[in-house]
Design a protein around this ligand. Structure first.
Ligand SMILES: [Zn+2]
Length: 97
């Protein structure tokens, strides 16, 4: 995903723009792995293999996402881990350890 896409993406839940970009794996202009985070509704959206997964809550795949988040748990800021929708990242982490 091009980093500058964050200027046009909006949260599917509340249409909030200016999503925070947390980069896990990146080169100069592209993010391969990371998170987009909406501070308004505290939802996170994973970027997996360069593709932002921005779908409504009822279409999200908990198992797929929890594997991904567990892999990058050390790079996720604490405020997002403790305050996240639609899944609580701290719970994912405690279940896997
Ligand atoms: Zn939102």
């Amino acid at each position: 995903m091009k980093k500058n896409l964050t200027t046009v993406l909006v949260c599917p839940s509340d249409k909030h723009s200016n999503l925070d970009l947390i980069e896990f794996e990146t080169n100069t202009s592209n993010v391969k792995s990371g998170l987009l985070y909406c501070i308004k509704c505290i939802r996170y959206y994973p970027i997996i293999n360069g593709i932002p997964i921005m779908v409504p809550d009822n279409q999200r795949n908990f198992i797929h996402e929890s594997n991904f988040l567990t892999q990058w748990i050390d790079k996720i800021p604490d405020n997002i881990k403790s305050n996240s929708m639609p899944f609580n990242i701290n719970e994912i982490n405690s279940e896997s350890s």
